[in-house]
Design a protein around this ligand. Sequence first.
Ligand SMILES: Nc1ncnc2c1ncn2[C@@H]1O[C@H](COP(=O)(O)OP(=O)(O)O)[C@@H](O)[C@H]1O
Ligand SMILES: [Mg+2]
Length: 286
Amino acid sequence: MTRLSARALTLAYEDRVVVDGLDLAVPDGKVTVIVGPNACGKSTTLRPLGRLLKPRSGAVLLDGAALSSLPTRQIAQTIGLLPQSPVAREAITVGDLVARGRQPHQHWWQQWSKEDERAVTDAMARTSVSDLADRPVDELSGGQRQRVWIAMALAQDTDLLLLDEPTTFLDIAHQVEVLDLVRRLNHDRGRTVVAVLHDLNQAARYADHLIAMKAGRVVAEGPPSEVVTAELVHEVFGLASIVIPDPVTGSPLVPQSTPITAPVSGSGCASTWTTKDAYQWPRVSL
Ligand SMILES: Nc1ncnc2c1ncn2[C@@H]1O[C@H](COP(=O)(O)OP(=O)(O)O)[C@@H](O)[C@H]1O
Ligand SMILES: [Mg+2]
C-alpha cells in the first residue's frame, strides 16, 4: 500500500527540465531516504510531494486523489514538509513559530486547543528547544534554528513527514538525535517519512527504503543492503569505494576516505590505484 505516489512526474524551472517522467511510490509506515549528488534533483523531487512545486506534467497522488485537486487544509493535515532552507518571518519567537505548525488543525470557532498545546510542548521537548521558546528565531545558531523548524514540522502532527536535509547545520550529536527522533516517530507512531540526506552512510543506517538519484533519475531503490554497492557509489557519486558492514548496525558502510594507493602483492611497493581498480574491489558480503 502506498498513500503517496507520483506518476510520470516532470518537474521544471521555467524552461529547464530537472526531472522527466519520474514514477515514485512512497512505502507506507517506512522511512524512505533519497540520496544523490548535489543538484541531482532531490529537493526538486520532494517539493511537489508536499505541493510546494507544481508539476509541469504528471501527478502526485494522495490516497488516490491528485494532490492538485485536494484542499490545502486537508493536505496540511496529512503531509508536513520541512524545506531545505526555510525562512522565518523576522523577529518571530521560537514558541510562535512552532505553534504555526498547528494552523492546519485550528478552526475559527476554536483558535487554540489543549491538543494544540500538547503537540507544541511535545514537539519542542523532543527536539530539545523548550528552553529557547521566547528567543527570536533569527538570533539562533544554524543548528538551533534547524531543530526549531523540525519542531514545527512535528507539531503539525501529520501521518506523512517530508524532510529535506534535516541534519544540515547540526553537529554530529544533534544529527544522531534528529535521525533517532525520526526513527522513533516512525516506529512508535507509524509515521511515514521521506527524507533527503546528503550522508550516504547515515542514509543507509536510517532508511528502510533507499532511493538513489542521479541527474533527475532514480538509479536504484530498495533496502539499503541491496542498493548500496561499490558499483552504485561509483555510478551515482563517481567515487571509488568499498562497502563494508557498519560495525554497529550491520547496514552497508562506505568508508569515506578510500586510499588512492594500495600495495601490489609481491612487488612490495605501492602503485597508483585507479578508480577502475578500486571499483572492482570485491564487495564485503553483509
Ligand atoms: N528555484 C529554482 N529555480 C531554478 N532552478 C532551480 C531551483 N531549484 C533548483 N534548481 C535547479 O534544479 C537542479 C536540481 O536542484 P535541486 O533539486 O535543488 O538539487 P539537490 O536537492 O539534489 O541538490 C539544479 O540544477 C538547480 O540549480
Ligand atoms: Mg536539495
